[in-house]
Design a protein around this ligand. Structure first.
Ligand SMILES: Cc1ncc(COP(=O)(O)O)c(C=O)c1O
Length: 302
């Protein structure tokens, strides 16, 4: 299990909270904030590569859609959010090797309680930018177990909303911690593979690239990029139901996410995946993704 310690430079960062840039000790939300009261917030994780924010508009699309689906009032517009991100990065002199946790809460309530009727002053935007390298061991690989807890199906909570109610995933992560592995694979309510507690999942079998339908998993932005890169590279690609035995017998397995990029999975539930080494297609897709992070992205205006 890899645990990377925080970069000491993060002790002096400035964090944007509701229109102000504050040192980390002062960067707080109210006890009346909807995120404290009910996990009532939406979020995105983004990365800055060499003076550019990767897939910025894709992340903002998902955040704005999530806020709309949750019926937030007075949602800030795309340009206002971009400006807050640029200001935060500029204030911290950050141009590379940075991860941004962008959160929009439903905002403070006039009294404790569940109802959005108590929200009378609009949402709170938080831009937390930290110096952070990809979190998994992408040159080696990671180990997973299958969690006993299942991913929420759309009839409970639609995974297309990227919300802060992360208890479902945290319960799975606790199972992974107890088992001493990196993360937990989560199945949907029908027993098909969905994603891990923090990332999407892909497998390679006889040269084919497969990933689950985005029914119970987050439709990840890295996932979409990898599907695109795979097709461009001429691989047969499909999104379909995948059962756990297909995972155990995959030639290659890897996870995807902004935070960790593409991470080879070498073991699931004690079964060695392929020959226990990162596979050639995973390596190729990692390299093609790395190229995209260099070429694409919204340039910082400072
Ligand atoms: C549960 C879950 N799955 C997958 C992902 C990866 O998504 P993306 O590639 O958009 O970072 C995330 C990232 O926030 C996540 O929380």
């Amino acid at each position: 299990m890899t645990i990377k310690l925080p970069d000491p430079r993060n002790e002096t960062i400035l964090i944007y909270v509701g229109g102000q840039l504050l040192p980390r000790e002062q960067a707080k939300v109210s006890v009346f904030d909807s995120s404290v009261q009910g996990g009532d917030a939406v979020w995105e994780g983004l990365r800055v590569y060499n003076g550019k924010i990767f897939a910025l508009d894709d992340h903002l699309n998902r955040m704005l859609d999530s806020a709309k689906a949750l019926a937030f009032a007075q949602i800030p517009d795309r340009d206002a959010i971009k400006l807050a991100i640029f200001d935060t990065l500029n204030a911290n002199n950050m141009r590379d090797g940075v991860h941004i946790r962008l959160t929009l809460t439903r905002g403070p309530k006039v009294t404790s309680g569940m109802s959005p009727h108590f929200n009378q002053s609009g949402p709170t935007l938080i831009v937390l930018a930290e110096w952070k390298a990809p979190v998994y061991d992408n040159s080696g690989g990671i180990r997973l177990i299958t969690a006993s807890i299942r991913r929420n199906p759309p009839m409970c909570i639609d995974s297309k909303i990227h919300h802060n109610n992360l208890i479902n995933n945290i319960m799975a992560k606790i199972e992974a911690n107890v088992a001493g592995v990196d993360d937990a694979l989560m199945l949907d309510i029908f027993g098909y593979v969905s994603e891990t507690n923090a990332t999407n999942v892909f497998l390679v079998k006889r040269g084919q690239l497969l990933t689950p339908h985005a029914d119970s998993c987050l439709p990840g932005i890295t996932r979409a990029k990898v599907l695109d890169i795979g097709r461009e590279a001429g691989l047969p690609v499909s999104e379909r139901n995948i059962s756990i035995s297909e995972v155990y017998t995959a030639d290659e397995l890897f996870t995807t996410g902004t935070m960790g990029e593409l991470s080879p999975v070498l073991e699931v539930d004690g079964r060695t995946i392929g020959d226990g080494e990162p596979g050639p297609i995973t390596r190729r897709l990692q390299a093609l993704y790395a190229q995209r992070t260099i070429l694409e992205g919204e340039p910082l205006p400072f």
